[in-house]
Write a protein that binds this ligand. Structure first.
Ligand code: ZN
Length: 173
């Protein structure tokens, strides 16, 4: 893993770097989710990042969400921060957060503060937009989330040729 990080070093502001490493070392909401209503997994072949996500939705609210993953610090921090930010929110609010993250990660110079949607610690990932090769690391969590939400709400999800995701059986207990 150290080698992979070394190939494409990403230099963040110190505060953001600390936040990313904190989520990487102490991931929030890790593990398989009991009584998940949908689950999905995905991988980012360009870096080897993997993620499995379980989500429980009731009355259009994300009641709970947990993940199991491995890979680089950006992929794991993005997953950890995501679970913190979407738990307890409505599906509409989660959609707004996901849209903002997508823009933040892919539009260099996107003004995070200009948007009213609160993304919490995820702001730490804004610098990733300057490193296109790492964007997929940060996006993996959001692609897997989109897949799980599509399954939970009976919607189609657009195919992504680079980040592969699929629906899996939710954990039974
Ligand atoms: Zn990665």
């Amino acid at each position: 893993m150290a080698n992979r990080e070394g190939e494409h070093p990403v230099h963040f502001d110190e505060l953001y770097r600390e936040l990313i490493l904190d989520h990487y070392r102490s991931p929030r909401n890790q593990g398989d989710l009991a009584k998940a209503t949908a689950a999905a997994e995905g991988m980012n072949p360009s870096c080897g990042d993997e993620l499995r996500l379980g989500i429980r939705i009731a009355d259009d609210i994300v009641e709970d969400v947990r993940f199991v993953g491995q890979g680089c610090s950006i992929s794991q921090a993005s997953s950890s921060m995501m679970t913190e930010q979407i738990r307890g929110r409505s599906l509409d609010a989660v959609g707004a957060i996901a849209d903002k993250i997508q823009q933040m990660l892919t539009v260099d110079g996107f003004d995070v503060d200009a948007d009213a949607v609160d993304i919490g610690d995820l702001e730490a990932l804004q610098g990733v937009a300057r490193f296109p090769v790492r964007v997929k690391c940060a996006l993996l969590a959001w692609k897997v989330l989109a897949q799980a939400l599509a399954e939970a709400t009976d919607r189609e999800v657009a195919d992504d040729t680079e980040i592969q995701t699929r629906v899996i059986q939710p954990a039974k207990r």
